[in-house]
Design a protein around this ligand. Structure first.
Ligand SMILES: [Zn+2]
Length: 214
């Protein structure tokens, strides 16, 4: 599972996390045997820390528009031996392109990088951070058609197709105005095909958390 940077192991105290896990197991065990449990002051601190961690995870999930632990899907579109486009389900993904066919590139270009490597002649590469597009822009394109023909499911759902009820947020069906905000009195439904949200209420809540309601 890829956690965002602020939750990655260099910020989470692993020793404390192990203590928290042991405490949870103990409480679960006591509950299973219907035995009473009273937390000590130290255990209360551990539980408090766990709550903060789950809050951070929840915020992150909302930020990811309801796809907290989905495996990121990446589609590379290459033509003429050159990467033309990168589509990614994760808006936070950063893609770096390294192209070794850079011998004729302008050495003054800041993205043309030269490195000395062992006894070979200097190596030249074109190195650039490549912008990504969301997978939903693939709807109705030849890339989508070829993916479908190849029976490769990148997780595009009907709810992401442009149309009257496309909210712009995967998993949520609702009529939105040009500025992306919910139209007055519009009904919000979760998409029953991809079920990214547990209920219509949760879908509405997600739009609200994203500042798309008024
Ligand atoms: Zn859907």
């Amino acid at each position: 599972m890829n956690l965002p940077l602020h939750l990655s192991t260099n910020r989470v105290d692993l020793h404390e996390f192990q203590q928290q896990r042991r405490l949870l197991a103990k409480i679960a065990d006591l509950a299973q045997h219907r035995r009473h449990y009273v937390a000590t002051a130290r255990e209360e601190r551990l539980l408090e820390g766990l709550l903060n961690l789950t809050d951070a995870l929840y915020d992150w999930a909302v930020e990811r528009k309801g796809e907290p632990f989905a495996v990121p899907r990446i589609v590379l579109n290459v033509s003429g031996g050159v990467v033309q486009e990168v589509f990614c389900s994760d808006p936070h993904a950063q893609v770096v392109l390294i192209d070794w066919d850079a011998d004729n590139a302008d050495p003054k270009n800041e993205h043309v990088i030269t490195v000395e490597w062992e006894d070979y002649k200097p190596l030249v590469a074109y190195v650039v951070e490549f912008p990504t597009d969301p997978l939903s822009v693939l709807w109705g394109t030849p890339v989508e058609a070829v993916l479908e023909a190849a029976k490769i499911d990148v997780g595009l759902c009907e709810c992401e197709a442009p149309g009257r009820f496309c909210s712009g947020v995967p998993g949520i069906l609702a009529r939105v105005r040009k500025n992306g905000k919910l139209a007055a009195g519009a009904k919000v439904e979760r998409c029953d095909l991809c079920r990214r949200y547990p209920s219509d209420t949760a879908a509405f809540q997600a739009l609200q958390d994203l500042g798309l309601t008024e």
